[in-house]
Design a protein around this ligand. Structure first.
Ligand code: G3P
Ligand code: CA
Length: 332
């Protein structure tokens, strides 16, 4: 139950705007602490704006998210930037930059060969010449080619500024592909910890989770830090394809797990025993990802899905539309 008591205070503070619970002995929420689940803005308010941009993060903060989520990858010159993928074609206008045409190359990935532009073939200065794009067809393209790709430092600055204005919001930081980056001399552990320390994140009272799909990264980070860690888990078929096929009961050294929502609620709306088993181990359960425009199978809409997850006792939910999730949680 690593860091749990200290973190319960953080969650209490982050959710201070939630309505008071009923005056009975039963906690209002079936979370590990009995406190409301945290709402994690998945890549910012990514349903509304291009993901991992200041615009998306700022909207998420304004909508009441408890945490914003920067996924991190690295540039050639060792700078952490906020991107979900280490390829650039899906969420930037790199293909429209003729000066980078010869930078496109095929790489082998756990999901097969891919011909693309890769963050670690670009310096930060080059990345800063690109602009972000919305990658999902049915979402607004109105902000395409206007918003910058941002560094981890810039994301930290945003939450520090928000905390200084009296609106503390946490950082739910994911290291993406750290094993790959380490293999090319771009280890991510020290840059992440150094950035947080140099910026004074702890002193500012900004809560932080560090999450990853790769257990060795979290183990290495925990040797140097007492930050709470979330071991992400992926279901079939990707678990086997990506070499991430491990079991809940193997998660004995992290603060919690990041679970696919299908591990928690079944297609018929019934609940699995996943949360119960995790809580029995003292593990927090954060689940991904709820989207207003793509509710999970079996649910009429994202509100029904959010209610089912909250009823199941999850401790945190990644969402693309924070405003909806904050409202559903508040309705308890
Ligand atoms: O990190 C867990 C959550 O964000 C969902 O995964 O692939 O969108 O980063 P992903
Ligand atoms: Ca993520």
């Amino acid at each position: 139950m690593k860091h749990l008591i200290a973190f319960a205070a953080v969650i209490l503070s982050a959710c201070a705007s939630a309505p008071a619970g009923p005056t009975v002995d039963m906690p209002a929420f079936a979370t590990l602490t009995g406190e409301p689940p945290i709402i994690i803005a998945h890549r910012g308010a990514s349903g509304l704006y291009p993901e991992h941009t200041i615009k998306a993060y700022t909207a998420a903060i304004a909508q009441g998210a408890d945490f914003i989520e920067p996924d991190l990858v690295m540039t050639k010159d060792g700078v952490l930037i906020a991107r979900h993928d280490h390829y650039l074609s899906a969420t930037t206008n790199v293909a429209d930059h003729p000066e980078f045409a010869d930078r496109k190359r095929v790489r082998a990935t756990p999901l097969g060969d891919q011909d693309d532009w890769w963050t670690d073939d670009f310096t930060l200065a080059e990345i800063k010449t690109l602009k972000a794009r919305q990658q999902f067809e049915l979402r607004s393209m109105a902000y395409n080619d206007q918003l910058d790709i941002v560094t981890f430092d810039e994301v930290i600055d945003l939450v520090l500024a928000s905390a200084a204005k009296g609106r503390p919001v946490g950082l739910h930081v994911e290291a993406k592909w750290p094993g790959y980056f380490s293999s090319v001399g771009l280890d991510m552990v020290d840059p992440i910890l150094t950035a947080l320390e140099k910026k004074g994140v702890k002193a500012a009272g900004v809560p932080v989770f560090i999450q990853c799909f790769e257990p060795p990264f979290l183990a290495a980070l925990s040797e140097k830090s007492d930050l709470p860690t979330i071991q992400n888990m992926v279901g079939p078929p990707y678990a086997a394809m990506m070499g991430l096929d491990y079991k809940l009961e193997e998660m004995t050294t992290t603060t919690g797990v990041g679970a696919e929502k299908s591990m928690v609620v079944n297609k018929d709306g019934t609940v699995s025993d996943f949360v119960q088993r995790a809580h029995a181990m003292g593990l927090l359960v954060h689940v991904f990802t709820v989207r207003d425009d793509r509710p999970g199978e079996g649910f009429a809409d994202s509100k029904a899905e959010l209610r089912a997850l909250i009823n199941a006792g999850v401790d945190g939910i990644w969402v693309d539309y924070p405003e909806t999730a904050v409202a559903v949680r508040g309705a308890r």
